[in-house]
Design a protein around this ligand. Sequence first.
Ligand code: F6R
Length: 247
Amino acid sequence: MQLIFSNDTDKLYRYVADRLLETVALKPDALLGLATGGTFEPVYGRILEQRSRVNWQLARTVNLDEYYPIGRHGEQSFYTYMKKRLFDPLGLTEEQSLVLNGEAADPGQECMDFEERIDALGGIELQVLGIGRNGHIGFNEPSDAFEPHTHYTALTDTTLTDNARYFEGVDQMPTGALTMGIETIMKARGILLLAVGRSKAQAVNALVNGKITPDLPASILRVHPNCTVLMDSEAGALLDWSLGQQL
Ligand code: F6R
């Protein structure tokens, strides 16, 4: 696992955006694995600024997760987040951009179909990840065992508290989500995890220095052959910067 540190958070956003853009430039029909949340808003902003650098006609994307249950077109769904910030401005159609359906009648079937679609699209070329304060990736929450495949999960109190800011309050939030599983994520040919802010410092420290354990789902990334963790000065505050490179 490679570590990249920077005192300039904008450089990290640009780095991640540029890696996604380069992936499409090199392989126009590459399947990009995308994430939502506060961390990725500036990344998608940068992609839009630079969108003319690549041809998006063949590009395909898949998102890590979606709340469940949630109206697909409602204001707080991850589908709406992506549509507003990336899909519509880039002109990506429904066929090009795969997002789990938060209103699927049969969530188990939805998850199986999702896995099949990813495989049929040739697998994920580059997956970007954020990290939860509790070490979650996607919505793989701390638990007793790694859950390999895409599945329904109940959200933990930490995640509910952290994400309540996007809703009218914590009691207005869906209490569950559909998420790519750990194996689904680990099958991506490249992974970039971006951590920004003091609230992520402990999780990032445990990811780099702690045990590999389902209690800190991100820790599994240590065994991925092509994974880079990028941190700003606050998220990387507990780490020895000489272990990585500085941007
Ligand atoms: C979102 C996702 C989550 C977030 C994580 C960090 O699609 O999969 O794992 O990346 O919760 O969220 P922010 O960036 O809002 O701190």
